[in-house]
Design a protein around this ligand. Sequence first.
Ligand code: FAD
Ligand code: SF4
Length: 454
Amino acid sequence: MKRRDAVERTKDFFEVALGLDRADAAREASRCLQCKDKPCVKGCPVEIDIPSFIKLIKEGKPEEALEKIKEKNFLPAVCGRVCPQEDQCEAMCVLNKKKIPINIGALERYAADQESAVSRQPSAAGQNKDKKVAVVGSGPAGLTCAAELAKSGYTVTLFESLHVPGGVLSYGIPEFRLPKKIVLNEVAFIQSLGVELRTNVLIGKTYTLDDLFSDGYRAVFIASGAGLPNFLGIEGENAGGVYSANEFLTRVNLMKAYEFPKSATPVKVGKTVVVIGGGNVALDSARCARRLGVEVKLVYRRTESEMPARREEIDNAKEEGIDFMFLAAPKRILVDKNGFCSGLEVLKMELGPPDASGRPRPVIIENSEFTIDADTVIVAIGQSPNPLLAKNTKGLEVTARGTIKVDEHFMTSIKGVFAGGDIITGADTVISAMGAGKKAAKEIDKYLKGYDEI
Ligand code: FAD
Ligand code: SF4
């Protein structure tokens, strides 16, 4: 897929990847073998009929291709941009044998982007309209569950604590990877199915789960995500100029700090930024910082082969001039006399035998400390489940990791309360959260069909 020039794109926040044109899409679609047993579909957590939509693109019918995708996936323009297809549908494509699988993600994006306006689709006949369901959190899990339930005719309210919907799609993933108007367009489509969206409502504070049941909701789906940043626990971490990736990305993406003072929220970065981590969140932080006009180093304790970030984004970051420092781990943050971060003391690492994740364990090389300058340090070493709702809800059981416990039907320890997405798995992917939202909606439907007998 064509991308904007690396130097040009680091001067703004506009989208990097340009998408396929009609001829490229038709050419790519023509390569598909239309396999009878559809191995690619087995790699898709929401089971999109991939060969069928590709065939429609080949026949020059992108809008029908989009309708086909939307039978299973309510966020196609999002998924076409950020899903790790290389590990899912594309990994299952038979053309891997020839080393060039079909670029399913690019074709999904192409079909989704043909939609000139939000298409309207009536919700199913109102046979379930008298049954109200509350969905907590409007990230991919909540949006998918809400849409599926609305399609089945339920009256659905989607509660979101922030002032805009989308979860990580809005506050985490940057504009240059996922334009916010695309997220809002997909949300508008879900609202057009009849889902009521209520922002600025923190369930567990504004209303408790008991309040929701008293208000006539018969089931609740919790999709509150994993938005609690993890910290390193090292000296100097409380200094000025040290951000969690979560705070940094929220300032930049959600509050548009890059437009300050036109926007209300500033972000102070100085001249040198060091990002700690090797996943998508670390790369997004580094690439946002680069667009604020500063030098950026990324410190990662393993090597490039072990980085959990998407390959495509690693390549983009390199092109944009991010300086990768591998086999290095932070020991302490250096603090100046005003209490601001001035640098980072780093230890050299080497790779040892595999750890529980199956990747080689990073091992410290003793007495290998060295320092690097940093006006800003961004800590991007993972997120944990949001704890507030579980803490404020009696009887809602959580695991030692803070994820909400569910049974095989996505039901929590409280009858009628279901959960899915990052809040039950820990930080994962958009498509796995959507898959959970979809499966949970089926379980909620079954539960509510038997409601009168309960
Ligand atoms: P979230 O998206 O976290 O949404 C949860 C929502 O619930 C939030 O809007 C939150 O405000 C709201 N909420 C929380 N508590 C309450 C409450 N008590 N009351 C009301 N609302 C509440 N995945 C990919 O597949 N590809 C990528 O490229 C990718 N990049 C990423 C980049 C970043 C910076 C981050 C942070 C994550 C990335 N991920 C990526 C992971 C992916 O975004 C998440 O796995 C996914 O968004 C999880 O969806 P979710 O619906 O479970 O939760
Ligand atoms: Fe087409 Fe690959 Fe799916 Fe076969 S496995 S139908 S070639 S996308």
